[in-house]
Design a protein around this ligand. Structure first.
Ligand code: ZN
Length: 162
């Protein structure tokens, strides 16, 4: 059992050059959260906020980040949840999990930005998503079927003014 770690949080505009240990920095302007890895290895962990990355919950007193923080790029491979400013340890990533996670993340992004899915429905991680459907209408799988078009249209309108 690892000791319980309690974090503090700080709302900033830009991230400071040096992050303090046990502090969660939140930049709404840049939609980014950063902190030093809670294992104490000193590495900085940046968790961008987006519909396919992390979500931030601020209850007025504490910060939670979803989904979990899995630092598979770091030597420590730390994996934990930050909930209400507390660190809840999860098991370290295995090589297989890392690969599965990367693939799921890429798929989620492809679906969100390519075939589109309502933000709430875009799984930031988990579950196998069927491969992107071919161009024909009826080849579309139910998973990427209806709400997306709206989002994509909105996005297109935003991007191209169409
Ligand atoms: Zn670490």
């Amino acid at each position: 059992m690892r000791p319980e770690i309690v974090l503090t949080h700080e709302f900033v505009r830009a991230m400071p050059d040096e992050l303090e240990e046990r502090t969660i920095y939140v930049s709404i302007d840049f939609a980014t959260v950063a902190h030093k890895c809670c294992c104490g290895c000193g590495r900085e962990v940046v968790t961008p906020l987006s519909p396919t990355d992390w979500r931030l919950i601020f209850d007025g007193e504490t910060i939670s980040i979803e989904p979990s923080v899995g630092s598979w790029n770091l030597p420590c491979r730390s994996h934990y949840w930050i909930r209400r400013n507390k660190v809840q340890w999860s098991r370290p990533w295995s090589r297989e999990q890392v690969q599965a996670e990367r693939a799921a993340d890429a798929r989620a992004k492809a679906i969100y930005y390519g075939n589109e899915i309502e933000a709430e429905e875009a799984p930031p991680v988990i579950v196998p998503v069927p491969p992107a459907p071919s161009s024909t209408e009826d080849a579309e799988s139910p998973v990427v079927a209806k709400p997306e078009r709206r989002v994509w249209r909105r996005l297109k309108r935003w991007m191209f003014g169409a």
